[in-house]
Design a protein around this ligand. Structure first.
Ligand code: PEP
Length: 257
């Protein structure tokens, strides 16, 4: 991480875990144990139904609440869907877009992801845009070609001004939920290459100030080494964000002087 130029952001992705009652208990525990120094930003991306409880409990804390998905239209006949405006109205600040589970299990294409990025930005939300290669792509040596394509497609039409609100999460698919964390060098190398792509797309200033997280089995034991990489500006954390003690340890690590 490099706090001089950009924000370090530690974000939890609860996926489909925790009821609203469980979310309340977690938020209370988290709030009571947060470090005073504010060297990193903290986000909790909870299931839709947990949002009101999480926002209420974390209101006066330094923890922002995020969602894990949204629909790209602002309203209409889309049964079961939630719009960016609905999230913003609940005081949601961030939204995960393009997570590999949504790409693989819910058929999200790069075009849909691009539409969702625009919808989030128009409603004032900060997208956490996920990109990352699978095992085959890594072994074939096409990781950066693939990620470059994902980035260009997802960010098509996003202005430099709006890009200031976009967070990128590098999430190698082979590392998500597997315990098979990327080495700090692998994470640092790809996050650095992502910054180079952003430099070409948006110029040096924006590239330098964009937060690029690593995600994929990050936990309290490996966070320090991953965050020590210059281009790894935080984490998107699944499994380890479900346990308040583990999540807090990662926050403390990111918050160290
Ligand atoms: C994720 O879902 O974004 C993720 C990184 O999960 P995990 O930390 O469990 O690998």
């Amino acid at each position: 991480m490099n706090r001089k130029y950009r924000k370090t952001i530690i974000a939890g992705n609860w996926k489909m875990h925790k009821t609203a009652t469980e979310a309340k208990a977690f938020a209370e525990r988290l709030k009571g144990a947060l470090p005073r120094a504010k060297r990193c930003s903290i986000v909790l991306c909870v299931p839709y139904v947990d949002i009101p409880a999480a926002v209420k409990l974390l209101k006066d804390s330094r923890v922002a609440v995020g969602a894990q998905n949204l629909h790209w239209e602002s309203s209409g006949p889309f049964t079961g869907e939630i719009s960016a405006g609905m999230l913003a109205d609940l005081d949601v600040k961030y939204v995960i877009i393009g997570h590999s589970e949504r790409r693989a299990l819910f058929g999200e294409t790069d075009h849909i992801i691009n539409q969702k990025v625009h919808a989030a930005l128009s409603a004032g939300l900060r997208p956490i845009l996920c990109v990352g290669e699978d095992q085959d792509q890594r072994e074939l040596g096409v990781t950066m070609e693939f990620i470059s394509y994902q980035l260009k497609a997802a960010l098509a039409g996003v202005t430099p001004e709006d890009m200031r609100r976009v967070v990128i999460a590098y999430e190698p698919i082979w590392a998500i939920g597997t315990g098979n964390t990327a080495t700090p060098e692998q994470a640092g190398e790809v996050c650095g290459a992502i910054r180079s792509i952003l430099r070409k797309l948006y110029g040096a200033r924006i590239a330098r100030s964009t937060t690029i997280q690593y995600g994929g089995s990050m936990n309290e034991a490996n966070a320090e080494a991953l965050l020590a990489q210059e281009d790894v500006d935080g984490g998107l954390i699944g499994g380890a964000s479900l346990d308040p003690d583990k999540f807090l340890q990662i926050i403390h690590t990111a918050n160290q002087d």
